[in-house]
Design a protein around this ligand. Structure first.
Ligand SMILES: Nc1ncnc2c1ncn2[C@@H]1O[C@H](COP(=O)(O)OP(=O)(O)O)[C@@H](O)[C@H]1O
Ligand SMILES: [Mg+2]
Length: 565
């Protein structure tokens, strides 16, 4: 029934997370097998009582050697044996649940970290296409589903298959005809499993994707709650969320309906099998082929035989369901859009600061080039100002210098070497950037300035703050540099965020400084201040300033005008 390998396809690449936990999982599985053996023994005390205490069958040789036993003693013995089996089973179940549960948690933690690390390494091309809320929901809600099922299948398949075989062997030994009759249900169940598996997985995939979409939508709207309130968009956003939630609910209910039909059908098939055995068994007792005690054992076995069958069928439905989550994890883990180190990559030569573009062509989509055949030399130690209209590709050019993207054609060079032959870390550690949207993380102003140089001392932070005119406003805050800025720096003005980003770049201690519209959004007086500090920050550095305004050209050694790529 489990031979259909496609059930496991969504999990294939996830085995590496289970492997480190093989020891506790193996012990837990062995314990589960022991529990199965105990379950096999469970009905036999009943037979002892029925056939030998109530009935007048002679005691089996291993018991009669103890001596003659009264019916009450036999009943007591049977009861004691039953209790002992349950008590032992309880201890084993506890240990097994603990071991496998703890292993499952560690597997989940490993998967979460691996997803996170992989996402940080994936190229911006990947992130440009995916919504961060959906990616977070993959880490936080899809991981636990897969983690549970990985462990559960381990814990279910082996003991269940073993107990199935164990009981079959015993049943065959007791009565071949009854055993074969009991097996008649299996082909029917297999057909049911195959029919419903695909539908369960498809329905669940839709649910997972819709939940991912909801997470993305909620994250985005809440992050921009200012804009929503400013434009009085609450009703529209509520409506959009409610509509999408309703769609997710509809998908979930559909998935539920498919699943809910699953177990009753399986139970019905199993009940039919049980009925068949009852009829055949009674006939056999009447003809004297078997005793009443044996029929009782067979009927008890039957219900325990059907337990593993039921749990295996249920597992296939759980696997199908979590398979949707498994796919969502694999999509991320298997994504290989990487800007990564070539195997032969070397660190950039020390002190290397000249940069160049050699006939570079680049586009975010292959058919829409943003930069076409662009060549540009950026001389070490000089300040270059690139001026061009909005949309000309200036920010894109800076991304290429940082190797956030690789060009489609041509070469980007540092110190005469193709960036792709240098290690990413060495290239980026030589560059400090002030991006167009000065991203600020929650934390203090000092934390934000230290972002690119986490070991900088307080004095160094303050020095950078003075250069970038941060101190002008921190000196007015009661907490100074320790002021907490809120998510995305929401408690700061745009100009303040920009200056913090500049201070961060100044502190980075990099020989190359890339500045994307460093003075936009500043008043004339602050602009003059920033330009003054830029001049001092530029000393001894290679600086590239891009701007849509010519004003900054004053600080440059050379000015290049960019026009439509
Ligand atoms: N991440 C992106 N994905 C797709 N297209 C982009 C992306 N970033 C920028 N673009 C497009 O590339 C072009 C150049 O953008 P950009 O380099 O930001 O221009 P500039 O900085 O000169 O104003 C624009 O047409 C813009 O729409
Ligand atoms: Mg730009």
């Amino acid at each position: 029934m489990k031979s259909d390998s496609r059930i496991f396809a969504p999990y294939r690449g996830l085995g590496r997370f289970v492997r480190p936990e093989w020891a506790p999982l193996t012990v837990a599985t062995v314990l589960a097998v022991v529990q199965t053996v105990l379950a096999l023994a469970a009905p036999w005390p009943l037979k002892l009582a029925v056939d030998h205490a109530i009935g007048d069958q002679p005691l089996p040789p291993w018991l009669s050697s103890v001596g003659p036993l009264s019916p009450h003693a036999i009943a007591l013995l049977a009861a004691g044996a039953g209790i002992a089996l349950v008590a032992l089973g309880g201890v084993i179940r506890y240990a097994g649940t603990y071991l496998s549960g703890a292993a499952s948690e560690r597997i989940g933690a490993a998967m979460r970290s691996a997803m996170f690390e992989h996402l940080l390494r994936l190229s911006l091309r990947f992130h440009d296409r995916h919504r961060s809320g959906d990616l977070v929901s993959r880490i936080l809600s899809d991981v636990p589903r897969v983690q549970d099922v990985l462990v559960a299948s381990f814990q279910t398949v082996i003991p269940d298959v073993m107990s199935l075989f164990g009981m079959l062997v015993v049943l065959l030994a007791i009565d071949v005809e009854l055993a074969l009759a009991a097996l008649a249900v299996i082909p029917l169940l297999a057909v049911q499993v195959m029919l419903s598996r695909k539908r369960i997985k498809a329905a669940e995939r839709e649910v997972r994707d819709r939940h991912g979409g909801l997470a993305a939508q909620a994250t985005e709207v809440l992050r921009h709650v200012r804009a929503v309130q400013a434009f009085a968009r609450e009703d529209e956003e509520n409506h959009r969320f409610r509509t999408d939630t309703a769609a997710a609910t509809h998908a979930a209910v559909t998935a539920l309906a498919v699943q809910a039909r699953y177990s009753p059908f399986a139970d019905l098939i199993l009940a039919a099998g049980g009925g068949l055995i009852l009829v055949l068994g009674v006939a056999k007792v009447l003809t004297g082929d078997i005793t009443v005690g044996v029929l009782l054992v067979i009927l008890t076995y039957l219900s325990s035989l059907y337990d593993p069958i039921r749990s295996l069928t249920r597992l296939s439905s759980v696997l199908a369901k979590a398979g949707a989550s498994g796919e969502r994890l694999q999509e991320v883990l298997a994504a290989d859009e990487m800007v990564s180190d070539a195997p032969s990559a070397l660190p950039a030569p020390p002190g290397a600061t000249s940069l160049a573009l050699d006939r570079v062509t680049f586009g975010y989509h292959a058919d829409v080039p943003v930069l076409r055949d662009l060549s540009l030399d950026i001389v070490a130690g000089q300040t270059l100002c690139i001026v061009g209209p909005t949309g000309a590709g200036k920010s894109t050019l800076l991304s290429l210098l940082l190797r956030l993207y690789d060009p489609i054609g041509g070469v980007v060079k540092m110190a005469g070497r193709d960036l792709r032959q240098l290690t990413l870390r060495s290239v980026r550690s030589r560059i400090a950037v002030v991006p167009q949207d000065a991203w600020i993380l929650d934390g203090t102003i000092a934390d934000n300035i230290r972002f690119g140089h986490s070991t900088a001392t307080d004095d160094e932070v303050r020095l950078a703050g003075r250069v970038a005119l941060v101190e002008e406003f921190t000196s007015r805050f009661p907490d100074g540099y320790d002021t907490v800025v809120g998510e995305s720096g929401s408690r700061l003005s745009g100009g303040q965020r920009r200056r913090i980003a500049l201070a961060r770049a100044v502190l980075r201690d990099a020989r190359v400084l890339l500045l994307d519209e460093p003075t936009s959004g500043l008043d004339a007086e602050s602009e003059a201040g920033v330009m003054r500090s830029l001049r001092s920050a530029a000393a001894g550095r290679t600086v590239v300033i891009v701007s849509h305004r010519l004003g900054l050209a004053a600080v440059a050694d050379r000015v290049v005008v960019m026009q439509g790529g």
